[in-house]
Design a protein around this ligand. Structure first.
Ligand SMILES: Nc1ncnc2c1ncn2[C@@H]1O[C@H](COP(=O)(O)OP(=O)(O)O)[C@@H](O)[C@H]1O
Ligand SMILES: [Mg+2]
Length: 204
């Protein structure tokens, strides 16, 4: 088990006392894709942010390799162990796919882009000249450019048409299985969540 949420509770300071997450416990392993499923506003992004080390739980702890991640180690934890993929891709507009992937880490960008199905003819275009599905693939390649074992994706298919969404989910699953990464994907689609090795329901 690489990642664990132990009895995690969370509330935003601005909403004093209102628990977004209440005593949530889950274990995550490498080589598996997990789907975090829940209605809008149920706390999926909040939970992912805690797993990513962007904030600390109010109660309970996030453990990496069996050890609690303490607040003063959060930046270090994020830098070495976490890769993020967002709904809106978050690529740098004025750079090419190759340049964007290089920002994610030191692994060979050409090999990574080949791996995720972005052919050579697209490597040196501006990323804005790619389709949404292609841009999301580049964002996934960027997430794979580091040696981080944990890949966290927040509604990575939210801006994609249905066929492309399935492609992206299949790609993330392949990455979990073939690269032995721990992939955690937020979605509100039950159908897409069905592709995961394990489904976690947030908010009941
Ligand atoms: N920065 C914030 N400050 C205060 N409340 C927030 C903040 N972010 C989210 N919330 C609230 O926390 C709840 C869960 O939000 P979120 O984790 O974004 O849900 P989801 O990703 O499942 O849609 C919602 O009620 C939302 O309004
Ligand atoms: Mg969200």
């Amino acid at each position: 088990m690489i990642l664990e949420a132990r009895r995690v509770s969370y509330s935003y300071k601005s909403q004093k006392g209102k628990l977004i997450l209440d005593n949530v416990s889950y274990c995550f392993e490498c080589g598996k894709m997990y789907a975090l499923l829940g209605a809008s506003g149920s706390g999926k992004t909040t939970f992912l942010s805690l797993l990513a080390g962007l904030d600390s739980p109010v109660k309970g702890e996030i453990c990496y390799n069996g050890k609690p991640v303490i607040p003063k180690e959060l930046a270090e934890y994020r830098r070495h162990h976490i890769s993020l993929v967002f709904q809106s891709y978050n690529l740098i507009d004025y750079l090419t796919p190759i340049e964007n992937v290089k920002l994610g880490g030191s692994r060979n960008p050409e090999a990574l882009l080949n791996r995720i199905g972005i052919g050579k003819e697209l490597w040196k275009r501006n990323v804005l000249q790619l389709s949404g599905g292609q841009q999301q693939r580049v964002a996934i390649a960027r997430a794979l450019a580091s040696d981080a074992k944990i890949v966290l994706a927040d509604e990575p298919t939210g801006n994609l048409d249905e066929a492309t969404a399935w492609d992206v989910i299949d790609l993330l699953k392949r990455i979990a299985h073939e690269e032995n990464k721990c992939v955690i994907v937020v979605t509100h689609s039950k159908e897409l969540a069905g592709e995961a090795d394990s489904i976690i329901r947030i908010g009941g």
